[in-house]
Design a protein around this ligand. Structure first.
Ligand code: UDP
Length: 335
């Protein structure tokens, strides 16, 4: 009999890719989303499948949910402009929402996979970040609703495991990119690609020396599936691509090249509490999940650039175009 998954945040960027992957692997999937930041368009393919059911619901209120073998809890605004628009809602979905799904997991003896984040490390003073690092988080800063929301969700999940025996797995997800990122959610890769294809200025915040490590979405989703499938594990596991660390300015230059070179790079103010650097230590993921990302940044970026160009064309915006004859830029010299 096929396995059943319940995915909260199913209409979001990561959630919808996870839905597609599980359907492809033969699972039955129920996707839950309140569509506050997710888009039904992301589930277009999935909704044509009889093995998929979509439930529009807001997990900040009590909801009756069907049982599942695995619950993947991804519901939360995840880009800085989105969570800063609704800090209370962000804390609530990570607090009450998580609590509610953990109760369901206990009721139905489901495995519970929490989508946590590298933001639990805050502006890290240890680099790269291993899971043992406790982080450097401003509890009242602009990002605190997300950082502390996810830290609370991790604490809750761990408490339900210790006190009530729920089989909990925590994935700390680092910056991830790929097709279906919302163009207007303020994340750096989607913003830069949109600007590049439109020939608009590419807005580098600060001097662009801050770094991030970017993981391609298919790799990340593979990590999430593996974390659900291995025997019970203790403690969180980082999922991200340590090979992809680069400065924001270098990223802007790459995107500029990849989108036809018409954009200027401009420097704009940097928001407070923006992390200086971020790179996962993925030793635990390698050991426990036998997982490591395989898609290179140039490959993944080119696929994402093509997807953004298609979306802009469909919306009749900008001069975005894909150029299949264009070779993927070589990785050399990216850092
Ligand atoms: N960033 C930028 N220009 C933009 C959006 C973001 O320079 O238009 C920078 C931002 O300052 C941060 C990095 O890109 O240092 C990553 O930002 P994002 O919002 O994608 O994710 P974060 O890692 O901050 O959650």
């Amino acid at each position: 009999m096929s396995r059943r998954a319940l995915i909260s945040g199913a209409a979001g960027f990561l959630g919808s890719h996870l839905v597609d992957r599980l359907l492809q692997d033969g699972w039955h999937v129920v996707g839950v989303d309140n569509l506050s930041s997710g888009r039904l368009l992301n589930l277009k393919g999935a909704r044509e499948r009889p093995e998929f059911r979509f439930l529009r619901a807001d997990l900040r209120r009590p909801v009756r949910l069907p049982s599942a073998d695995v619950i993947f809890h991804l519901a939360s605004p995840a880009s800085p402009p989105q969570y800063q628009m609704d800090p209370i809602g962000t804390l609530e979905v990570n607090g009450f929402g998580t609590s509610q799904l953990l109760a369901n997991a206990r009721r139905d003896s489901s495995r519970f996979v929490l989508a946590s984040t590298s933001e639990v490390y805050g502006d890290p003073q240890v680099h790269p970040q291993p899971e043992e690092y406790w982080g450097h988080v401003n509890p009242i800063g602009l990002r605190s609703c997300y950082d502390e929301g996810k830290r609370f969700a991790e604490a809750l999940a761990t408490a339900w495991h210790r006190q009530r025996g729920v089989d909990v797995r925590i994935a700390r997800i680092f910056n991830t990119y790929g097709p279906r990122m919302a163009l207007d959610d303020g994340r750096v890769i989607s913003t830069f690609l949109g600007q590049g294809w439109k020939g608009d200025p590419i807005t580098v915040q600060g001097r662009g020396r801050q770094t991030r490590s970017f993981c391609y979405v298919d790799d990340l989703v593979d990590g999430l599936v593996r974390i659900a499938e291995v025997p019970p594990i203790d403690g969180p596991v980082n999922l991200g691509d340590p090979r992809g660390e680069l400065s924001v300015l270098r990223l802007a230059q790459l995107v500029r090249e990849m989108t036809g070179g018409r954009s200027q790079i401009v420097f704009v103010p940097r928001p407070p509490d923006d992390s200086e650097q971020r790179r996962p230590n993925i030793r635990r993921a390698r050991r426990l999940l036998h997982w490591a990302p395989t898609t290179s940044l140039p490959q993944g970026l080119q696929r994402t650039a093509n997807a953004v160009a298609r979306e802009l064309q469909e919306r009749g915006l900008g001069r975005g175009r894909t150029n299949p004859s264009r070779k993927t830029p070589r990785r050399k010299g990216i850092r």
